[in-house]
Write a protein that binds this ligand. Structure first.
Ligand SMILES: Nc1nc2c(ncn2[C@@H]2O[C@H](COP(=O)(O)O[C@H]3[C@@H](O)[C@H](n4cnc5c(=O)[nH]c(N)nc54)O[C@@H]3COP(=O)(O)O)[C@@H](O)[C@H]2O)c(=O)[nH]1
Length: 734
């Protein structure tokens, strides 16, 4: 450009000189033309120059922007460390505006604890001349120490003119994240809960130390396995199905689970499982956190035990009695069963306490608890309600009066003398109140109240007795207990007798046999009818002994009559269902027949429908064995039970006895007549002989004759008679 300007200046000078020297006009014109060309060139070069200058300005501005707005901080420091230049980011990171930074010492922004590091960095930089890197913390106004990374190098200038360039990167978030990660890792490792992370395919990826401690598996053993490694087998498939279903729908499950340690020990865990999803809601992992709750469970069990048991005797307390009662009532309602609640109170217990002290009283209560427990069945519950009050829950009672049997036994057991460890012998007694489900109430509260009320009455009546909530039951139960005692004595004292009621052939009117019927004449109580004492004998098991006696006595008498030349007779003996079911009735029968010499063909055994219907297959076998011995078999009281003739054909029977309930109202009652006629016809189809019971009138005989009945028994001929009277009757009518 300068050259160009010089050329124009020279040419203008030449032109001027030439004009001055008197140039020709052509020469001047040429000169002017040249000048114009040069001027145009000059202007073009000027334009170029301005354009270049503008571009330079743009570049400079862009550079400045880049520098100023760079995402990292740039600082230029003097050798003494004061700030010469800083970009915006540097100012931001230092927390001071850019114009206030200049000339300030950079070290004044560094946390005192990190000053030494910066000092060493500068020293190393000067020594090594190479770039250095360092992480340190800045102090910022109103803020926490702020992490930065410094990259520094030297701008060589020599001596005091040397400068540093610092590049500052913001690593505060990175550091915070690192710290959080370190904390999480520390928490993961030091957690007392076992933690395992499994992938979406349930492959174990990470476990912590507690996992290894709790399960017994090392991480090497666990990684790559599935959590099934820990399964105990205590939970069924349905449990796991429900658990996974919940995780799928809610992403979370928590519950108790029994798992197995490597040692094989099964233990309870409290386990929570969380599903982890990525930002696209795709399942990536499951995190399982568990703790061993064996101790917690043990403690809870202990607490539960303490809450539900009496600490002195170890018996269930009122709370547990109530819970059991509620449950038993539910079962009884469902299965249509009965239960009894017995409340008992020790008589004269206070005397023991007052005379020998509370320790003696406590010992006595413990002994009472032991004795009560040993007397009851496993399904019954003995509880101590407090003080000297106990309660017994008897489930699945077959008869309401069974509660009285237990009560009587307990009264007797507790009235025995008690020897205490201090060497004294004491005597106490007990009174018992009984309430029954369903007779006396259907809720726990009501049964407890009523047993309590009955206990109050028992104590009021003189102690040492039991009392039902209702009087009629108390009377019946006491009579039954009384009967039992009397019956035992009757057997021993031979108070029982056999009477014989004739069985008559309807067609000929002749006595062909007799039913042996038990009679009991008590010297004080008078005549006690069999339908009162036979049920007691059955419930107490005394029937086995009584039944055998009846069988033996009937056969002995039958043999005696044969020996005495009485006409050929058949004797019918009643067999209770207890005799039929328990013991070996066939063996007894065989022995009795052998011992007495009575022909089996002359003996007929009468069984009730109910005896046959229980365990039918077994009944058929027993009947068959009896038949094989030669005895006849009759079904007694037909019509009062199942009354299924179809059923009867399965049993090897000879005679069907129509119950007197169907005969009594003949001929007045048309229904009874039809029923009796139908039974007779059907029995004949089954090839059974038919005997009508309770025949008292001639009309009844006439009806039976018309309908083809084979035999009868009843007052029309005779009630049951003593053996001698019966023999006389037979001889008279022969
Ligand atoms: N397991 C055993 N059971 C026995 C035995 N002895 C008797 N019993 C059973 O006791 C029930 C009552 O018997 P009982 O009071 O002897 O009554 C019998 C007859 O006396 C009575 N009867 C007979 N004829 C008439 C009559 O015309 N009218 C009328 N109102 N009553 C009459 O019927 C009873 C006959 O009983 P059964 O034939 O057995 O049904 C009773 O169930 C006896 O079975 C025994 O040794 N063992």
């Amino acid at each position: 450009m300068k050259k160009q300007t010089d050329v124009i200046a020279q040419q203008s000078e030449v032109a001027t000189n030439k004009i001055q020297a008197g140039l020709t006009s052509a020469e001047v014109e040429q000169l002017v033309h040249n000048l114009k060309v040069h001027q145009i060139e000059l202007e073009m070069q000027n334009d170029e120059l301005r354009k270049t200058q503008a571009e330079l300005e743009l570049l400079r501005a862009r550079y400045f922007d880049l520098y100023a707005m760079a995402p990292v901080g740039y600082l230029t420091l003097t050798a003494a460390g004061s700030i010469q230049e800083a970009n915006l980011m540097a100012a931001n990171l230092l927390g001071v505006t850019r114009n206030l930074l200049v000339k300030r010492l950079f070290s004044s922004f560094i946390l005192p604890a990190d000053q030494d590091k910066f000092y060493l960095l500068r020293k190393q930089l000067l020594q090594s001349n190479g770039p250095q890197t360092l992480e340190l913390r800045l102090v910022r106004p109103y803020g926490l120490p702020y992490w930065i990374q410094l990259e520094t190098n030297l701008i060589p200038g020599g001596g005091d003119h040397e400068m540093f360039r610092l590049v500052i990167s913001d690593i505060n978030q990175l550091k915070a994240m690192e710290q959080r990660l370190r904390q999480s890792a520390a928490m993961f490792e030091s957690a007392r809960e076992g933690v395992m992370v499994v992938d979406a395919d349930e492959c174990i990826l990470i476990v912590n130390r507690a996992f290894c401690d709790l399960t017994g598996y090392s991480s090497q053993e666990a990684l790559g396995q599935t959590p099934r490694l820990l399964q105990s087998g205590r939970q069924n498939k349905a449990f796991y199905a429900q658990m996974w279903a919940q995780i799928e729908t809610t992403g979370y499950w928590q519950g108790e689970i029994w798992n197995r340690r490597k040692s094989g020990e099964v233990y309870p865990q409290l386990l929570s499982i969380s599903a982890v999803k990525d930002q696209n809601q795709q399942l990536t992992h499951y995190v399982g956190v568990f703790s061993d709750i064996s101790q917690l469970k043990d403690a809870a069990e202990k607490l539960d035990y303490l809450a539900h048991h009496d600490p002195l005797t170890g018996l269930p307390n009122r709370l547990l009695l109530f819970a059991r009662l509620e449950h038993s009532l539910e079962v009884a309602r469902r299965d249509r069963k009965s239960l009894a609640l017995l409340m008992l109170d020790l008589d004269r217990f206070k005397d023991v306490n007052d005379s020998y002290g509370h320790l003696a009283g406590d010992e006595l209560l413990q002994l009472v608890a032991e004795r009560l427990t040993s007397r009851l069945r496993g399904i019954d519950t003995v509880t101590r309600l407090g003080g000297d009050e106990f309660a017994l829950l008897l489930e699945d009672l077959s008869h309401p009066q069974d509660a009285a049997l237990v009560a009587a036994e307990i009264i007797e057991a507790l009235s025995d003398p008690w020897r205490l460890s201090m060497g004294v012998e004491v005597r106490i007694g007990t009174s018992i109140g009984i309430s029954l489900y369903p007779q006396h109430g259907s809720s726990s509260e009501v049964l407890l109240q009523h047993a309590d009320a009955a206990l109050y009455l028992a104590k009021d009546e003189g102690r040492g007795i039991f009392k039902y909530f209702s009087d009629d039951l108390t009377i019946a139960a006491r009579r039954r207990l009384n009967l039992e005692a009397l019956l035992r004595r009757a057997l021993a004292n031979q108070e029982l007798k056999l009477y014989y009621q004739p069985q008559v052939d309807i067609a000929s009117g002749r006595i062909i046999g007799a039913e042996a019927l038990l009679r009991w004449q008590h010297e004080v109580e008078g005549f006690i009818p069999p339908d009162q004492f036979i049920p007691v004998a059955e419930e107490t098991g005394l029937i086995a002994e009584i039944g055998e006696w009846v069988l033996r006595e009937a056969c002995r008498q039958g043999h005696a009559w044969i020996a005495a030349g009485l006409p050929v007779l058949k004797l019918a003996v009643n067999l209770s269902s207890h005799q039929f079911r328990h013991g070996d009735i066939c063996a007894t029968l065989k022995t009795v027949l052998q011992d007495t010499g009575f022909p089996a063909q002359r003996l007929e055994l009468e069984l009730t429908e109910s005896a046959l219907m229980e365990r039918e297959a077994e009944a058929v076998l027993i009947l068959q064995k009896m038949r094989d011995l030669g005895v006849g078999l009759a079904i007694d009281d037909f019509g009062t039970g199942y009354s299924s003739l179809a059923y009867l054909k399965r049993f090897p029977l000879d005679v069907l006895k129509i119950d007197k309930a169907f005969i009594t109202d003949i001929p007045q009652n048309e229904d009874d007549k039809e029923i009796a006629a139908a039974i007779i016809a059907m029995a004949h189809i089954l090839r059974l002989k038919v005997l009508a019971e309770g025949v008292e009138t001639e009309e009844q005989i006439a009806f039976l004759q018309r309908t083809g009945c084979d035999l009868y028994q009843g007052y029309y001929m005779s009630p049951a008679l003593p053996a001698t009277d019966f023999a006389a009757l037979v001889q008279r009518t022969a």
